[in-house]
Ligand binder design. Structure first.
Ligand SMILES: [Zn+2]
Length: 458
């Protein structure tokens, strides 16, 4: 091992010498003076021996590789021509002699880079593009940056009960992995998780060549998260939504970001509208096909809807010793009370149980509270008209009732959301609270304070 390290050092020195040679060559030739990064590809490529580069490949540090961040050069902040250093995971720009990648390879003695756009590997500073055979041996890294699925992979998602193994050989269930919470973005994580579990949307994303979405920024970034979430070869069993949320932050003019709290319902509506707008350019958007229903209002007016909001009856709670008596309602009855006239029921019906109206009174405690009423439902069947649905995702408030009676919770900041997801291959429900997991009994789901539910047609 020591010997090998020594060899790598030697090779590195060689590489620096070679690089200097490349630099001199470039400097000495006016033809190269105004090269852009892309045009500089050919520089120094031809005369190098790939033999020694295999040793560089051993410096790849899989344990720290993380491709979830926005593909922006950390030094120049450029977002074009960005590479990932596979030794230290830094994102850097370009390959020409003035570029951040070139400098980094010399200064830090790091030599293996991946181009985030083309997914080609390069040895720097020699500017050597790895040959096809070597690239094949690093395919898992390419797929980690941009997972792609074949029809057979999709079939497995409907049948395979096995667990996958991460880099540390720890088992994880694909599709059921935690999303990092920077402190305030559980509101967006629960929506991203829920949407990723809508099979018709997921399957469309997994089976569509990601290049189709290249011009559709939001769809592309969202699809990348979904493709990573269901990937069977993750190095670590959790993801960050940084790249997607960075785009959402700028697109929504900071209405939604990783750094401020919002309501999951508002985020869901915004996201569905935006995804729908982008996809409508291609064909009739799959988003409206799945999620949009139609209602008849005021006699003959038809309106489209993304979700149904149900009101909870106003409640006054009485303290009974240390416990509060919580009223219970049936989900079916709450829907019937609204007297909706459906023209078309969607494939996936989203229901929002509005708990945020400040009309809950708790006798003996001042201030308005979230409505803690229990809404009872059968997750396996909800019948509306002649359509049957089953629950696939349930977004619930994390703060249990006792806690919310202690803290003042009339602003958003005390709200924390978690999501309960159906794994129908294993026939179990999993609750994901940021990075924490537990299995839950489907018969006890109603005990939590459901807030947003995703019902799929059966
Ligand atoms: Zn590096």
């Amino acid at each position: 091992m020591v010997e090998r390290k020594h060899k790598i050092d030697e090779d590195s020195e060689l590489a620096v010498k070679r690089a200097k040679q490349v630099e001199e060559d470039v400097d000495g030739d006016d033809e190269f003076a105004d090269l852009t990064d892309d045009e500089a590809v050919v520089v120094g490529k031809s005369n190098l021996q790939p033999r020694n580069f295999n040793l560089y490949l051993e410096t790849i540090n899989k344990k720290i590789l993380d491709f979830d961040f926005e593909k922006v050069c950390t030094i120049s902040l450029s977002n074009t021509n960005v590479y990932g250093c596979l030794v230290c995971n830094k994102y850097l720009r370009g390959r020409n002699k003035d570029s951040e990648v070139f400098q980094h390879s010399i200064n830090e003695n790091h030599h293996v880079f991946i181009n985030f756009h083309t997914l080609q590997f390069y040895i720097m500073p020699e500017n050597y593009e790895l040959d096809t055979k070597t690239t094949e041996s690093l395919k898992e890294i390419q797929l980690l940056v941009n997972p792609t699925y074949k029809p057979n992979d999709l079939k497995k998602l409907y049948t395979d009960k096995s667990m996958c193994l991460d880099l540390n050989k720890q088992p994880y269930r694909r599709g059921f992995i935690g999303l990092n919470n920077s402190g305030l973005n559980d509101y967006s994580n629960v929506i991203i998780q829920s949407l990723s579990h809508v099979k018709s949307l997921r399957d469309f994303i997994l089976m569509t060549d990601s290049r189709t979405f290249e011009q559709l920024n939001l769809v592309a970034k969202f699809s990348l998260v979904v493709r990573k979430l269901w990937w069977a070869h993750l190095y670590k069993p959790h993801l960050s939504t940084h790249e997607l949320m960075a785009l959402i932050e700028s697109r929504s003019k900071k209405l939604f970001s990783l750094h401020s709290c919002s309501k999951p319902k508002d985020f869901l509506l915004w996201l569905l509208n935006q995804l729908n707008d982008e996809l409508s350019g291609i064909k009739q958007s799959i988003v409206s096909k799945i999620f949009q229903g139609k209602l008849l209002v005021n006699g003959d007016k038809r309106i489209k809807f993304w979700l149904l909001t149900l009101d909870l009856p106003q409640v006054t709670l009485f303290k009974d010793g240390m416990k509060l008596t919580v009223p219970q309602f049936e989900l079916n009855e709450l829907i019937e009370q609204k007297k909706y006239k459906f023209v078309k029921l969607p494939t996936v019906l989203v229901i929002c149980i509005d708990r945020m109206k400040n009309d809950t009174k708790i006798v003996g405690i001042s201030g308005s509270k979230m409505n803690p009423s229990i809404v009872k439902f059968n997750p396996e069947r909800l019948t509306i008209g002649d359509v049957n649905y089953r629950l696939i995702a349930n977004v619930v408030f994390d703060n249990n009732f006792e806690d919310s009676s202690i803290t003042s919770s009339d602003d958003n900041h005390n709200d924390h959301y978690k999501v309960q997801l159906l794994d129908d291959v294993r026939n179990e429900w999993l609750e994901i609270n940021d990075l924490k997991f537990k299995t839950i009994e489907k018969d006890l789901l109603f005990l939590d304070q459901s807030y947003l539910q995703f019902w799929e047609k059966i």
